[in-house]
Design a protein around this ligand. Structure first.
Ligand code: NAD
Ligand code: IPM
Ligand code: MN
Length: 361
C-alpha cells in the first residue's frame, strides 16, 4: 500500500464544510484503491488567527513541508477584514503559501457538465455541445507580488501603489506549461494580455511568441483581456487553453466558472516544479452562505481529484471521482447554487451531496 501525506487546511467560512465532504471522498478512495492518505489537519487564515495568533502559523507551514500535497479550503471573511492587510487571511496566509512552496502554476478547468447546461448563465444554444476551457494562471508573480507596493501619504495626500512586473523566465515557465498541456487536449493556446497598454504584457507577448516556436503543432492566438472577458460570454467554445498572468487569470477564471453553473463547481491545482501542489477551489469562503451547510462541495471534491492526478499519479482514481460527480449530476442531484427548480432535480445540502458522490463511487 502506497501512503501519501496530505496537509489538510480547511480554513474559514464554507472551507471546513466542503472539506469534510472531500475527506469523505478520499476515505472512499482508500477503500477502493490500494492507497492510504496520511492526513494532518492544520489551521490557516482566520482559523489560524483565532487559534494560533496568526494567519499562517509556523506549525502549519511545517505540516505542509512534511506533506506530499496540500488540500486547501478557503480563507477570509468579514471578521478579519479590519486587521492590517498583511495580517489578513488572504495576504497573510494564502499568498505566502503560494510563494513559499513555489506554486507558480495554477490550473483552473472550467468544464460544463451536460446535466448543468440549464444552470449556466448563458443561453442553452451558446453552450450546446459543451465547452472545456483550462485557465492556466501564473500564480507567484505579477501585480500580486512585485515590489514596491504599499500605502503612503505624500504632501497630505494618501495613495496606494502596486507594481506589476514579469521577468522572461517567469513568463517562459508558465507558457511552457500551457503549451505542454494544450498538446494533450485541444492544441490551442490563447494568451491573454493587455499589450496595448502594459509593458509587462509587451514582454509577455514576446516570450509567448518565442516559446510557441517550439510547439508548431499548437495553435497560438493573443487576445486583449477586455475582449477575452467579452468573448468568454459570447462564445466560450472558441477557447481551449487560456494562458494568463496572475491578476487576469484570477478574473477570467471566476467568469469561466460561472459559465459552468456556479463558482462552487470550479476546482484548481496550484503546482510547483515537480509533483508538489496545493489544491484549492477557485472560489472563496462564501460568507453569505457559510454556516448553513448548503455550499456546493463539488469544487473541493474535484480539487481532491486533481491532487490524486497531479501529485500522486493516480489518474484512475481521479477519473473515478470525476465520473462520480457527473453521475450524481445526471441523477438530478443539486446543491442550491446549481438548482433550477425543475421536477427532475433533487435539492441536497452539502453533506448529502458528499454522500451521493461517495455512493456513486
Ligand atoms: P466567494 O468566492 O467567497 O463568493 C462569491 C459568490 O459565490 C458568493 O455568492 C458565494 O456564495 C458563491 N459561492 C462560492 N463558492 C460557493 C460554493 N462552494 N457553493 C455555493 N456558492 C458558492 O467570493 P467573495 O464573496 O468575493 O469573497 C469572500 C471571502 O473569500 C473574502 O474574504 C475573499 O478574500 C475570500 N476568498 C478566498 C479565496 C481562497 O481562499 N482561495 C478565494 C476567493 C475569495
Ligand atoms: C483566488 C482568490 C485569491 C486570489 C485571493 C483570495 C487572494 O481570489 O484564489 O482566486 O486572488 O488569488
Ligand atoms: Mn479569485
Amino acid at each position: 500500500t502506497q501512503t501519501f501525506k496530505v496537509a489538510v487546511l480547511p480554513g474559514d467560512g464554507i472551507g471546513p464544510e466542503v472539506m469534510a465532504e472531500a475527506i469523505k471522498v478520499l476515505d472512499a478512495i482508500e477503500k477502493k484503491y490500494d492507497v492510504s492518505f496520511d492526513k494532518t489537519m492544520a489551521n490557516v487564515g482566520g482559523a489560524g488567527i483565532d487559534n494560533d495568533g496568526k494567519a499562517l502559523p509556523e506549525k502549519t507551514v511545517e505540516t505542509c513541508r512534511q506533506s506530499d500535497a496540500i488540500l486547501f479550503g478557503s480563507v477570509g471573511g468579514p471578521k478579519w477584514e479590519t486587521l492590517p492587510p498583511d495580517e489578513q487571511p488572504e495576504r497573510g496566509a494564502l499568498l505566502p503559501l503560494r510563494k513559499i512552496f513555489g506554486l507558480f502554476c495554477n490550473l483552473r478547468p472550467a468544464i460544463i457538465f451536460p446535466a448543468l447546461t440549464g444552470s449556466s448563465s448563458l443561453k442553452e444554444e451558446v453552450i450546446e455541445g459543451g465547452f472545456n476551457i483550462l485557465v492556466v494562471r501564473e500564480l507567484t508573480g505579477g501585480i500580486y507580488f512585485s515590489e514596491p507596493k504599499g500605502v503612503e501619504t505624500v504632501d497630505g495626500v494618501k495613495r496606494g501603489f502596486d507594481t506589476m512586473m514579469y521577468t522572461e523566465p517567469e513568463i517562459e515557465r508558465i507558457t511552457r506549461v500551457a503549451f505542454d498541456v494544450a498538446r494533450k487536449r485541444g492544441s490551442k493556446v490563447c494568451s491573454i494580455d493587455k499589450a496595448n497598454v502594459l509593458s509587462t504584457s509587451v514582454v509577455w507577448r514576446e516570450v509567448v511568441e518565442r516559446v510557441a516556436k517550439d510547439y508548431p503543432d499548437v495553435e497560438l492566438s493573443h487576445m486583449y483581456v477586455d475582449n477575452a472577458a467579452m468573448q468568454l460570454v459570447r462564445w466560450p467554445k472558441q477557447f481551449d487553453v487560456m494562458l494568463c498572468g496572475n491578476m487576469f487569470g484570477d478574473i477570467i477564471s471566476d467568469e469561466a466558472a460561472m459559465l459552468t453553473g456556479s463558482l462552487g463547481m470550479l476546482p484548481s491545482a496550484s503546482l510547483a516544479e515537480g509533483s508538489f501542489g496545493m489544491y484549492e477551489p477557485s472560489g472563496g469562503s462564501a460568507p453569505d452562505i457559510a454556516g448553513q451547510g448548503i455550499a456546493n462541495p463539488i469544487a473541493q471534491i474535484l480539487s481532491a481529484s486533481m491532487m490524486l492526478r497531479y501529485s500522486f499519479s493516480m489518474g484512475d482514481a481521479a477519473d473515478a471521482i470525476d465520473k462520480a460527480v457527473e453521475t450524481v449530476l445526471n441523477q438530478g442531484y443539486r446543491t442550491g447554487d446549481i438548482y433550477q427548480g425543475t421536477s427532475d432535480e433533487k435539492k441536497l445540502n452539502t453533506c448529502e451531496m458528499g454522500d451521493a458522490i461517495v455512493a456513486a463511487l
